[in-house]
Design a protein. Structure first.
Lengths: 560, 560
């Protein structure tokens, strides 16, 4: 048995409260190295005649990646306290693995064992229930629909008249979204994620100038209220984008600093290293990346913190929004996000908090900060496999199991699974224009645990390279929309809505296939299971379906 | 190269902010498997002509345990942001290890690398500076000194007249501590940790009845103020014991519940499962362990939280205490402790917060909760090796490196290193009465990073088994004190006070010795280093000391 491969450390993804009464315990071992793992567990204070009283249960092998197997067990400790260890067998030897290392005999004293001291409800990672049943649609407001010509900026270009440039303006606005809600409802969308809509200078609005007002080019607070009302009536949730890492250059407090220097009462709102302020060759104040137009906030300053928390609560309280997506979330301090969570959840306990983090995000997903992050690791794996043929099926399965094992189940169930965004090339472009690949990607996305998101226009076959290419105007002429693609996606979304086991209520279990390019996985729920079979190639393949399965290829899919 | 053994995950002990400008990056590899590790690192936004700009630096092998080597590097990122990966060489192959796994060629894009997004000062684990220079003395007040006969409980036993029983009372009090402060100052003590002193029923006072008053058997608030004044004049810090997991059975709110049941306004202050309340065979309300006399608080109840936070701040604000030791700290929710930290540090930023946790404690030591935990893993390793001959030298070194590698350096520097407490047998008893072993243990403890603590009476050779044996009355008759032991300890404490490299400012680097029972380790500081050589046996041994060392055995130790 390879001891060096065996890993466990309580909390994070290895031992966590799945809910207020259930613990999940995970163990990692070398791939195909261990035949069976039992967990040895008991209440730390239950002793009889000086002997600790424990139970044993077999763990389930959840899955594997390229190097490791992952084992899981659910435990409901009667008194919410647990000490536990592992008994590993490989046919040749049996080892006991505890907090103090490996033993040949089972240690007798609780002091040796791993500890989950107490399952306190308030510490349990708890995301809003509705998130796992939501299919999102991401809107970049300047490019979705122009519903009100009166708020068009000067120099506005005719809708879709040319390829977007970094500073193009096409006049999209909130009224344009209201006008097209039928399109979303028809598709089965029940959540909209808007990139920023507050007053800002650029067309993407990530350089906020006024956190308390809708950008006049997009409309005003009245239109937003109307939009939210309309959406709520249709059962569509609304998530706005909070840019709290930095503001825009023309944000009044920063302008005040530019004018008054150290005499400005906002001097400490930013990280200014020197005076006078300069922007070339590099800004001498902290910024997002090295962009002088995005001065970084000093979120440790109490006034800044209160100001931004006020922003956070204002839009929830006054406009009843359902979620905040947090831009550049991992560069802001943890302490700020803890306060943010407690403030916004005080007002609306089932608000969704989604952080933009591209990397490993466990430190933000422990129950005290975010509900989810943008799951770009899912995106990359899916695109590398299906869109780009960059990795093979085994690599894909390994990467998916690696990601899923890196987080608690409760986190995976609400992960924000996207195939692309305003920050990436469009997914059809990533597919080299091959629509069949995109259909497979949608099939994967819609049968995967988490909360899937469709980037505006992807559903009708829009293409486009990285920013600015991926930010073209939505195409509304029916004859220019790929309706076949859209209807395919619509079927998948409906299928997911009707069968939650296809979504977050089903666990992914990969299966082998004799066909190299066929990906098979089960979605295992508590009372039913699905088998998803995807042929990731243009060659036909014959796959066996075990007895008892009701084949949906034609029947059900056609009915949708 | 054994890929399965290689481990890194940002935050916790593997990548953390050591201070507001410095990151520590650690990597784990299989023992003796890798020749060299370089870290590849750079700012994520520094690109030239589409190529990410990074640097490379060799990592230091910090130490090893039985299975693994641990590598460390310090980095000061100019813009406080970092992406990084590892280049590992074993003579045969070179591998690149990143967040996405292993590669044969160096990945070009930052997306592959590990991410430390931003070094925000407010998130940095920061313990009070004075802690690493403190040598503590733990006092169990009922048994240290009876300075005021007028507050003796009825049925008090003559001081030291018999072996302590679970409910014995000997009349120790705070005046008794004031009377004996010279003893502590003489020893070199500059911190006292008191087990609970608030009104309670038992002799150990862990069943609090009144959180706002000194137990009348110990004195009153006036005496405490006097004691703290006296101590502060002598440069001695004061740490009190906060029992916030549970109260005593006779705590008024619990009594109110017993009387009024669900009509009590305190019903929700506890976790009561059923009515009427019963204590047999097991209490039908949550308790500490299964002790009916210690009902567990519902710290998620806002009133309870506010009440206990008020206790926490009251004794700091009104009595200027310097530390809180938190009883059964890991069974209380994280959310409570975060509020606790922010409340008490608001009043006294350099207050020491010490949690009682016997197990792996990383989740509480991330900067938002505790400054330290009671380092029982150090205790166990030291006793198993030196006192009990239960493990050999190699096991000891492995365990020590394992503990040190499990935490950030900043955490290790303020760990509460004890050899025993009111909850364990006395250390001399663990040594089977062998005083020479105890001297070695003190030499180890006083030359180890952390904040060492001496349990009252251990310094004069008191013995005693687990509770109640370890809680005997302090022996004040000079002729019954082991003055040789005490003077030996005094020398070591003074040596530590004068040479901070022997303490927390020195890194432990184990050395080989030709003698099986000789433990050698360097303490490596920034400008000096010490070599500690301990002969853990009763056989003589010859050890070589490298040139350039000034041997202190006789000279310096005799001078103290």
């Amino acid at each position: 048995m390879l001891k060096e491969a065996i890993y466990h450390r309580p909390k994070n993804n290895y031992a966590y409260a799945y809910n207020s009464s259930t613990l999940h315990i995970r163990l990692r071992t070398k791939k195909d190295d261990v035949d069976a793992v039992k967990v040895i567990f008991g209440d730390p204070y239950t002793w009889e005649k000086d002997i600790w009283q424990y139970s044993k249960s077999l763990m389930l092998k959840e899955g594997s990646d390229d190097l490791f197997d992952y084992w899981l067990i659910e435990v409901e400790p009667e008194f919410r306290r647990l000490r536990y260890g592992f008994e590993l067998t490989d046919g040749k030897e049996t080892l006991f693995y505890t907090e103090r290392g490996f033993y040949k005999d089972v240690p007798k004293h609780t002091g040796y064992y791993f500890c989950f001291p107490f399952l306190n409800g308030i510490d349990v990672f708890t995301a809003p229930d509705w998130v796992k049943d939501t299919v999102w649609y991401q809107i970049f407001p300047e490019r979705f629909g122009n519903g009100d010509a009166s708020n068009d900026p000067s120099g506005v270009l005719p809708w879709g008249s040319e390829a977007p440039q970094p500073t193009s303006q096409f006049g999209g606005d909130l009224q344009g979204v209201i006008d097209h809600l039928d399109h979303l409802s028809d598709l089965g969308i029940n959540g909209i994620y808007f990139t920023p809509i507050f007053t800002a200078t650029s067309n993407h609005k990530y350089d906020t100038v006024d956190y308390f007002h809708i950008d006049p080019q997009f409309g005003d607070e009245k239109v937003l209220k109307q939009l939210i009302n309309e959406c709520h009536k249709r059962g569509i949730k609304i998530m706005l984008d909070a840019v709290f890492n930095h503001c825009g250059y023309y944000f009044e407090p920063f302008q005040d600093v530019l004018k008054k220097g150290k005499d400005s009462k906002y001097w400490d709102w930013f990280h200014i290293k020197d005076w006078p302020i300069q922007t070339d060759p590099k800004p001498n104040y902290d910024t997002f990346a090295f962009t002088p137009f995005m001065p970084k906030f000093n979120t440790e300053n109490q006034e800044v913190k209160e100001y931004l928390l006020k922003v956070g609560t204002y839009w929830v309280e006054e406009f009843d929004i359902d979620g905040w997506r947090l831009d550049v979330a991992n560069e802001v301090d943890h302490s700020f996000w803890r306060s943010f969570r407690s403030e916004v959840k005080r007002i609306k306990p089932d608000l969704y908090i989604l952080g933009e983090i591209w990397h490993d995000s466990m430190p933000w997903l422990q129950g005290d900060q975010f509900d989810a992050v943008m799951n770009y690791r899912f995106t990359t794996a899916a695109l590398d496999f299906i869109a780009k043929d960059k990795i093979d099926k085994q690599d894909f399965k390994d990467e998916v199991m690696n990601v899923l094992s890196s987080y608690p189940h409760s986190v995976n169930e609400v992960a924000f699974n996207l195939l692309g965004s305003h920050d990436t090339p469009r997914v059809l472009t990533e597919c080299g224009g091959h629509k069949e690949k995109l259909k497979l990607l949608y099939a994967l996305q819609m049968t995967f645990p988490g909360s899937p998101c469709v980037y505006y226009g992807d559903e009708i076959g829009m293409e486009g390279d990285n920013d600015p290419g991926c930010r073209a105007c939505m195409v509304w002429e029916k004859d220019k929309q790929d309706l076949d693609l859209m209807h395919g996606l619509k079927k998948l979304i409906n299928l997911r809505h009707r069968n939650t086991t296809l979504g977050s209520n089903g666990r992914v279990v990969f299966e082998d296939s004799p066909n190299k390019h066929v990906l098979r996985y089960k979605k295992v729920g508590s009372r039913e299971q699905f088998l998803v079979v995807l042929n990731v190639s243009d060659q036909s393949a014959v796959e066996k379906v075990p007895e008892g399965y009701d084949v949906w290829n034609d029947k059900v899919l056609a009915e949708q």
